[in-house]
Structure formats: C-alpha cells, structure tokens
Design a protein around this ligand. Structure first.
Ligand SMILES: C[S@@+](CC[C@H](N)C(=O)[O-])C[C@H]1O[C@@H](n2cnc3c(N)ncnc32)[C@H](O)[C@@H]1O
Length: 228
C-alpha cells in the first residue's frame, strides 16, 4: 500500500511544464485575492524575513516567489540588498511584476520563470550564488521537494544561508483542526511535509553546513535554517 509520501514520489515524474500548467490553473484567478487572504494562514513568513539579516550589498533569492509579496517586504526591510525571485507559474509572475512595480521596487527586485528543482541562477539573473535563499510555503506544493532543497542549497554562497518556512503537522493543536486543515490544503495540491526537519538535516550534513529547526504557533508551521 502506498503512503502519502510514496504517492508524492510517484508523482515526481510529472514534467516541469505540466506542473507549471497545474500551478497556473490554480492561481489564474486566485492570484487576485492571494495576498489579501493568505496573510491569515501563511504564518511565519515575516519571521523568516526578519531572520534573513541580509547583508548590505548582498543578494537574496526567493525560490517559488508567488506574488512577490515576500520580496517586497524584504526589499523594504533591507534597502541595501538586491533581490531576485522565480516561480514556475507565469500567472503568479504577472501578479509579482505588478506588485513590485506598484511598490516602486522594480530596480531592486528581478523576477523570472524557473523551476525550483532545477534552476540556473546565472542564466536567470546573471548571478552565480546568493547570500540568502528562502523558500516560503512552496515545498508543500512541489512534488520533488527534496530536490528543491538540494538545488537551493547548491546555490547558497559560502557564508550564506537557506531559510525555509512551511506548514507543520499541527501536533500541538486539536486533531480535528489538523484533519480539516490537511483536507482543505489537499484540494489545492498542498501537502505538508512531515519529514521536513529530517530532510533539511540530511541536506545540511551532506553540504557540511549547520541546520537549525523549530516549530511555530503550536506546530502550525515549521521553520528551518541551514548556514553554510
Ligand atoms: C503557496 S504559494 C507561496 C508563494 C510565496 N512563496 C509566499 O510565501 O506567499 C506556492 C508557490 O510555489 C510555486 N511553485 C510550485 N511548484 C514550483 C516549482 N517546481 N518551481 C517554482 N515554483 C513553484 C507556485 O506557482 C506558487 O507560486
């Protein structure tokens, strides 16, 4: 019998183009209400941004940047860093470009289309590596999410860090809440990754880097940092 994770692995064969098409279909209409609604349940994003501590003149990448909401908040917080983001969905990127333009940050934030499981930052942005890379509430939507962690870590510059926030397992919240949340998220092709901590720790060990990990809001969300 296949468990949830085996099922996820079997769908990892889905092509990048097909997955991008699925994301476009999910977000074609949602993108207009995304920022207004997600602020109530994508918890921990601002904590991640506060912890980035982006250095002056440094480079920061968000893999799977969606509407660009995080990039805009981060660029305001770290006015002397340069920001980059990519997403597999052109629909989300339309919204990101609009949001970045409205914020007057087009000269400091560059976005492009790319797949988090296999991206070339030199080709996308003319940048070899980044001082900070972050992935926010996207590993739960990327079937080969382990590959996305390895790929991101490979593009963190020496001395830099990878920051991740995503849904937890709600272990310290009522069972009915967890069951309801997971059923609702599944409708949007979102699967909280129960072994996120183990996979981040393995990736850190393989890279000779230092991991730290924690739960937020009674395990509503989980949060990890790998420092190279
Ligand atoms: C829930 S949204 C999160 C957006 C943003 N990071 C945030 O915190 O608001 C998930 C995003 O992941 C993107 N995505 C899914 N699979 C991807 C992949 N393989 N590569 C790049 N982006 C991907 C989706 O298009 C979507 O924009």
């Amino acid at each position: 019998m296949m468990d949830r994770d085996d099922a996820t692995h079997s769908s990892e064969a889905q092509s990048s183009a097909a997955h991008g098409g699925l994301m476009d279909a999910i977000y074609r209409n949602q993108r207009h209400i995304y920022d207004a609604t997600r602020k109530y349940y994508l918890l921990g994003r601002d904590r991640l941004i506060a912890d980035l501590d982006a250095p002056d003149g440094g480079t920061v990448l968000e893999a799977a940047c969606g509407t660009g909401r995080n990039l805009v908040v981060a660029a305001r917080r770290y006015p002397r860093a340069r920001f980059y983001g990519f997403d597999i969905s052109e629909e989300m990127l339309k919204q990101a470009r609009r949001n970045i333009d409205r914020a007057g940050l087009s000269d400091r934030i560059t976005v492009a289309q790319g797949d988090a499981t296999d991206f070339d930052p030199q080709a996308l942005f003319g940048v070899a590596g980044f001082d900070r890379i972050f992935i926010s509430y996207s590993l739960s939507m990327i079937p080969p999410w382990r590959a996305a962690i390895a790929e991101a870590l490979a593009h963190v510059a020496p001395g830099g860090s990878l920051h991740v926030v995503d849904f937890g397992q709600q272990e310290r919240l009522p069972g009915w809440f967890r069951a309801g949340l997971h059923a609702w998220l599944a409708k949007f092709h979102v699967a909280p990754r129960a072994d996120l901590e183990a996979v981040l720790r393995e990736a850190a060990e393989a890279a000779g880097a230092t991991p730290s990990f924690g739960a937020l809001h009674r395990d509503y969300a989980r949060y990890g940092v790998i420092r190279r």
